[in-house]
Design a binder for this molecule. Structure first.
Ligand code: ADP
Ligand code: 5GP
Length: 200
């Protein structure tokens, strides 16, 4: 049995990451999605325990001091963190895990998860990014302005990621994400026990 692979995705808000994640999870139902903790309020349609674990600031701070996060960061004025226990267990059991984190989280995971495949999703243009944020209809003008202001800073970090996808045509972006994922599952370090078993 091989070890699980961690696919770490980052993007400025509105680039289409959630859309791509849903497509990938539909195609590969064995994928586990790392459910993050957050102190932000749920959006319409979001379900606690499915999209996020929605926590109070106090609960989040307590988990942080217990070392319960693989990484955590403050993003757009709210706290987000990846629970460490479930991630470790899934990878050890050979499950592939999809992580949707900001650039600060990806930087921490790059150091702590040796075999993580890190992917940055770019919008085709800043105008299109703004159009998508507005068309989603989930955020107020203030929130959209904060997200656009942060987008440039996040895009500046794209150079540290292993792979880049420009989400212009959605189907092509899905093809590219699938290719990156499948290549990541073929990495030699994940297959050491397979080799050892053959040589016994
Ligand atoms: P993110 O998770 O990165 O914030 P979403 O997946 O919510 O972004 O996408 C933002 C909006 O853009 C949504 O309304 C989504 O349907 C739309 N969208 C995503 N990908 C594309 C694409 N390739 N072309 C046009 N619209 C897209
Ligand atoms: P949103 O509020 O739109 O769901 O997410 C805002 C940002 O927080 C996105 O960039 C998303 O990738 C990031 N994010 C979500 N979960 C986590 C997490 O567990 N850790 C970190 N560092 N960022 C996260």
């Amino acid at each position: 049995m091989r070890l699980g692979t961690a696919l770490v995705l980052s993007a400025p808000s509105g680039a289409g990451k959630t859309t791509l994640v849903h497509r990938l999870l539909q195609e590969f139902p064995q994928f586990a999605f790392s459910i993050s903790c957050t102190t932000r309020a749920p959006r319409a349609g979001e379900v606690d325990g499915r999209d996020y674990h929605f926590l109070t600031k106090e609960r989040f701070a307590a988990m942080r001091s217990e070392g319960a996060f693989a990484e955590w960061a403050e993003v757009h004025g709210n706290y987000y963190g990846t629970p460490l226990g479930p991630l470790r267990e899934l990878l050890a059991a050979g499950r592939d895990v999809l992580l949707d984190v900001d650039v600060q989280g990806a930087a921490q995971l790059r150091l702590s998860l040796h075999n993580a495949a890190t992917v940055f999703i770019l919008p085709p243009s800043m105008q299109e990014l703004e159009r998508r944020l507005r068309s989603r209809g989930t955020d107020s003008d203030d929130v959209i302005a904060t997200r656009l202001a942060n987008a440039g800073k996040e895009i500046a970090e794209a150079r540290w990621f292993e792979s880049i996808i420009v989400n212009d045509d959605l189907n092509r972006a899905c093809d590219e994400l699938r290719a990156i994922y499948l290549a990541a599952t073929l990495r030699t370090p994940l297959h050491r026990t397979v080799i050892d078993t053959l040589l016994q």
